[in-house]
Design a protein around this ligand. Structure first.
Ligand code: FUL
Length: 484
């Protein structure tokens, strides 16, 4: 009997210390959660856009659709140079304008004469998608395609035949170039154009014309691992601006009612909806130059501007799609190559050493006092483990102890989004030699929040969290950026 009592006491003591209590159930998912394709996409963080077509040679941003196919004639096109530049910048993939609004197709298509087969480039035998897919493979990059639903060349645009053509174009680009990670439908759709010589204004019903569900079925069948982008989703949404930022408050979930490709409220697209019905995270698309296509009189954005864009997009939980503009040679201009390299070097250096790695972390609450959900999970270098609280706790605080005074200027945090996005407010303080000082006050964290501030020297940081359901955090990392 005595032995039994001692054993029971021992168990009680151990579980109070959280040592034996590993059978605690994980929190139930809260609201919308990401699917596997979205989770893979979230991890990419940063990839490139390539705007390249007949416009590159005419200097236009939107071709009318009557441009001669003879105009497309890059003298030194080298997809390997694109891929190498992207890799050096830290990009994980490249999405190319297979067809922009003017209708010119960059691949060997059987569906229209308005394509590279009728251009002088590689005697009409070239295929930009093929060259890009090979370069991506060689450089370990993923490839995506932009196929404009609007086609100012097609005589059938506006009629049922064009929807069939568009679907068949999708079939071609999704069947012949290996794995595609993202299919991009832009929102500009309808207006004046060449339309096979009709030269008139045509409008379509953006909600019904493409019968999107059935069109997207084609993508799901041919590229089951791809995410589909449009301003309204269905997998990834537009952030609502082309300036290169996601708002500080950025929820991946959104209530999609009334949204369809070509119609969505821009403010809602930026902010999303706390507790929203579907997981549809934001993508920030912005160009390295003013235009989407190459123009001789433009130059790349400064390194400071590009870093601002990074912190305001990736740092607010969106993915960054940074556009680069091959020139008339079919090469990324040297100035842009250097800028992108420098950018990649700074980002890599900044986030190379986590000063909080395996430091001691304590929390105001730990789920079931279990080791499995211990606050130490935020510093173990593993995104798949996480700290969690008991279900009824929605305010909590975490303290990371550096053991010695440490200088830092960046903090990166991640929620365990597999269980939904929960944090609505946070504040971070640092324990300096002059006492506690507030570093930052913010709102959402989601898949990623990066905070940038001036050097601060402290031996502890404390993070206070408010959430709309019991919070989870998978990582908190602390860095000291040296460059800039
Ligand atoms: C927009 C287009 O109209 C622009 O030309 C560009 O391609 C941009 C990324 O998407 O909808």
């Amino acid at each position: 009997m005595r032995a039994l009592i001692i054993f029971a006491l021992l168990i009680i003591c151990l579980s109070a210390k959280g040592i034996s209590n590993n059978k605690v159930e994980p929190p139930a998912p809260f609201g919308a959660t990401p699917n596997d394709n979205q989770l893979r996409w979230h991890k990419m963080e940063f990839y490139g856009f390539l705007h390249f077509t007949v416009n590159t040679f005419t200097g236009k941003e939107w071709g009318y659709g009557d441009e001669s196919t003879e105009l497309f004639n890059p003298t030194e096109l080298n997809a390997n140079q694109w891929a190498k530049t992207a890799t050096k910048a830290g990009m994980k993939g490249l999405i190319i304008t297979a067809k922009h609004h003017d209708g010119f197709c960059l691949w060997q298509t059987e569906l229209t004469e308005h394509s590279i087969k009728n251009s002088p480039w590689r005697q009409g035998k070239g295929d930009v998608l093929k060259e890009l897919s090979e370069a991506c493979k060689q450089n370990n990059l993923k490839m995506g395609v932009y196929l404009s639903p609007w086609d100012r060349n097609s005589k059938d645009y506006g009629a049922e035949e064009y929807v069939t053509l568009y679907r068949n174009q999708l079939k071609e680009v999704l069947s012949n170039y290996g794995e595609i990670f993202e299919v991009w439908h832009d929102g500009a759709n309808g207006g004046d154009g060449y339309y096979g010589g009709a030269q008139e204004e045509r409008r379509i019903d953006k909600e019904t014309y493409y019968d999107w569900d059935n069109t997207w079925d084609i993508i799901r069948k041919l590229q089951p691992n791809a995410v589909i982008f449009s301003d309204a989703g269905p997998d990834v949404r537009w952030v609502g601006n082309e300036q290169g930022f996601a708002p500080e408050t950025c929820w991946a979930p959104i209530n999609p009612e009334g949204m369809f490709p070509g119609k969505a409220d821009q403010n809602l697209l930026g902010a999303g909806t706390p507790g929203g019905e579907v997981w549809r995270p934001a993508e920030v698309d912005v160009s390295i130059r003013d235009g989407w296509f190459y123009h001789e009189d433009q130059s790349p954005k400064s390194i400071e501007r590009l870093l601002d864009i990074y912190y305001n997009s990736v740092g607010n939980g969106a993915c960054l799609l940074l556009n680069i503009t091959p020139d008339k040679r079919g090469l990324i201009p040297e100035e842009d190559v250097q800028r992108l390299k420098e950018f990649g070097r700074i980002i890599e250096n900044t986030f190379s050493k986590n000063l909080a790695g395996n430091k001691r972390v304590t929390a105001s609450d730990t789920r079931g006092n279990s080791d499995k959900y211990s606050p130490m999970m935020i510093v173990d270098g593993n995104r798949e483990t996480y700290w969690a609280t008991d279900d009824d706790v929605t305010s909590a605080s975490l303290t990371i102890d550096f053991e010695e005074f440490t200088t830092f200027n960046r903090i990166r945090m991640q929620e365990y989004i597999q269980l939904g996005q929960r944090v609505s407010n946070f504040s971070i303080e640092a324990n300096t030699s002059e006492g506690w000082k507030t570093i930052s006050e913010g709102t959402t964290i989601g898949v990623r929040k990066i905070i940038r501030f001036d050097d601060i020297k402290a031996n502890q940081i404390r993070i206070d969290i408010e959430a709309i359901a019991s919070p989870t955090l998978s990582t908190v990392e602390v860095f000291k950026a040296e460059l800039e």
